[in-house]
Design a protein around this ligand. Structure first.
Ligand SMILES: Nc1ncnc2c1ncn2[C@@H]1O[C@H](COP(=O)(O)OP(=O)(O)OP(=O)(O)O)[C@@H](O)[C@H]1O
Length: 229
């Protein structure tokens, strides 16, 4: 599904290059559940953002579902993103002025899906996440865990092939974090959705099938943890 070859990312400041990622090469197969770990500043979020087409590498090749991302124009990249990628953020990134149902529906508007199909998909997701009673509330009327569930529901409503999650439980209490990780595990095992998460937590990483350890922008270790794939 994903193939990275020699990805480099640096920022140049007054002629001095600061490398964020160096020689990053790896493959992620459909159905894997990968955790990216490493100390603060190691380049984890940058790598996830490159996978999610939110940032571009300075050099290197990125193939996503057979497409060479670095040579695609922006329009095609956006289409690929909308059709295949669900991004989950640590700070939820919900729209405060929109209700729970409207937040979940938003990605479908960009995909030009008709009104009745949109309503039925949103209703399905709300039902599945036990959030029907909360559909007309605004994000600030929800707990952090519930806001993250809405963030995940929004990522799922467009039926992505892969979920990219940047410290999805970073702002949550441990019980809520557990609920989110159990949900990811279920989505991965029962629906075959590929998951890549950035996490600082060994417990969270234990839900996945593989751990990529980044240090100073380099992959230091690539470890299979559960042989479920
Ligand atoms: N626009 C930018 N210009 C210069 N440096 C940047 C820029 N964006 C990120 N960096 C630097 O890149 C490095 C890696 O950042 P990144 O957010 O990928 O790390 P991380 O491993 O996710 O860290 P954390 O665990 O703290 O979130 C950091 O040192 C950061 O300061």
């Amino acid at each position: 599904m994903i193939e990275l070859k020699n990805i480099e990312k640096y920022y140049a400041n007054k002629g001095v290059k600061s490398y964020i990622l160096r020689h990053v090469s790896t493959e992620i197969k459909a159905g894997e559940f990968v955790s990216i770990m490493g100390p603060s500043g190691a380049g984890k979020s940058t790598l996830l953002n490159i996978l999610g087409m939110l940032e571009e590498p300075t050099y290197g090749e990125y193939q996503f579902m057979g497409e060479d991302i670095t040579s695609l124009n922006e329009r095609k990249r956006i289409d690929l993103y909308r059709n295949h990628i669900g991004f989950v953020f640590q700070a939820y990134h919900l729209i405060d002025e929109m209700t729970v149902a409207e937040n979940i529906e938003a990605p479908l508007l960009y995909k030009k899906i008709g009104g009745s199909e949109r309503k039925s998909r949103v209703a399905d997701v709300l039902d599945r996440f036990n959030m029907v009673a909360k559909k007309d509330l605004f994000p600030n009327q929800l707990s952090g865990g519930q806001q993250q569930l809405v963030g995940i529901a929004r990522a799922l409503v467009a039926q992505p092939s892969i979920i990219l999650a940047d410290e999805p439980t970073g702002n949550l209490q441990s019980a809520q974090a557990l609920q989110i990780m159990e949900l990811f595990k279920k989505l991965n095992e029962e629906e075959g959705i590929t998951i890549v998460q950035v996490t600082h937590s060994e417990v969270n990483a234990g839900y996945g099938s593989r751990i990529l350890h980044l240090l100073d922008g380099v992959i230091k270790e690539d470890l299979k943890v559960n042989q479920t794939v």
